[in-house]
Design a protein around this ligand. Structure first.
Ligand SMILES: *Cc1c(COP(=O)(O)O)cnc(C)c1O
Length: 353
């Protein structure tokens, strides 16, 4: 997408990776200038912690525009609310303090989540004219199913078409539109939205593809995970086939070396991950039995014994995204959820040169 600029989505604590450090890195090392949060609270946190960064910050979902206190924050902290309903638009236009707020309008072209309904475009135009607003700072919409191939999902083309018509409607009505965007990761992976001024990737910039693994269309995205989940071995024992393991006494499926690593569902390493296979120094280990709040049992073959040491770390996922895909398969989940499930009990360590 050589002609589009990035509006990097960093909602939900940068997909669990830590909003402050990720934003700092993306801006300072990758020259990203625009960032998307979900809530006003996230945006305020960014402004507070990175007050010297010259970045544009958007709030996409929980804008809280009905509150005058929140509306003040947008002005004072130079944050852009994404206006997603007629009510919010009226609220903003009627507020004299927001007279110079750049207007970001998100339309619902078929997802029926947030967004101003397309059929209300005349009302939007009337309101803008009434308030002598000649410019839309950023016009956007959001795909409902871009994680599926556009060959099987007619809604992708339909939404793109509706967005195009909308754009032309406002342009033909004499309004200026400074920025436009519609593509999230799945759409970008399918080469959609490159004609707009902006693209809005989230997941793909953290590594994984957002297209369903079973989708027919093979994604061109070969991202590397930006995170590596390492956990310490705190216990190691031999175990015989049939001996009980942990809560519920799951019988060991074979003889082997059982290690306990210091992570569990209390950290966001979910009970559904039981059965996940990890790799350590060339050996395969399976998560066995019930994952407990702060401990997970991994069974390795006996030949791995010398390569497993208490105090050392095992990597549960690393650069290669295949471990994330496996975790998703085993838990019927999606990479978004695997990432954001990890909570603050897991210390984040940042390294870049
Ligand atoms: C989360 C989000 C994105 C990014 O989605 P990914 O699938 O992570 O790329 C883009 N636009 C909007 C409106 C979003 O809410």
């Amino acid at each position: 997408m050589p002609n589009s600029k990035l509006l990097f989505m960093i909602k939900a604590d940068a997909y669990g990776h830590g909003i402050i450090n990720i934003t700092k890195y993306a801006h300072e090392e990758c020259q990203v200038e625009e960032f998307g949060c979900a809530t006003l609270g996230e945006a305020l946190r960014l402004r507070k912690n990175l007050s010297d960064l010259e970045i544009e910050v958007y709030v996409f979902s929980d804008t809280d525009l009905a509150s005058q206190i929140s509306r003040r924050e947008y002005i004072d902290k130079r944050i852009l609310p994404v206006i997603s309903s007629l009510d919010d638009l009226e609220m903003v236009l009627d507020d004299k303090e927001m007279l110079h707020l750049p207007l970001v309008l998100k339309f619902n072209t078929g997802m029926n989540r947030l967004g101003i309904k397309v059929e209300n475009k005349d009302n939007v135009l009337r309101l803008l004219k009434k308030h002598q607003r000649q410019k839309i700072h950023h016009l956007m919409t959001h795909f409902a199913s871009s994680f599926r191939s556009q060959e099987v999902t007619a809604s992708i083309a339909k939404q793109a078409q509706a967005f195009n018509e909308l754009k032309n409607f406002f342009l033909n009505s004499g309004l200026k539109i400074e920025k436009t965007s519609l593509s999230n990761s799945g759409a970008i992976e399918q080469q959609l939205g490159g004609d707009e001024t902006h693209i809005r990737p989230g997941l793909m910039l953290y590594g994984p593809s957002s297209m369903l693994p079973k989708t027919k269309l093979k994604t061109s995205w070969k991202g590397l995970n930006i995170s590596n989940l390492e956990v310490g071995i705190i216990r190691k024992d031999r175990i015989n086939k049939g001996e009980p393991i942990g809560y519920g006494e799951t019988p060991a499926p074979k003889d082997g070396v059982l290690v306990y690593v210091a992570i569990g569902y209390g950290d966001g390493f979910l009970t559904q991950y039981s059965g996940f296979v990890c790799q350590h120094k060339g050996h395969h280990g399976s998560v066995v039995g019930r994952i407990s709040m702060d401990l997970t049992a991994i069974l390795f073959p006996l030949k791995a014994e010398a390569d497993l040491k208490v105090g050392e770390c095992i990597s549960l996922w690393s650069e290669d995204c295949s471990a994330i895909i496996d975790l998703c398969k085993i838990s019927k989940s999606i990479p978004y959820q695997v990432f954001t499930a990890l909570n603050e009990r897991v210390p984040r360590v940042y390294q870049w040169n």
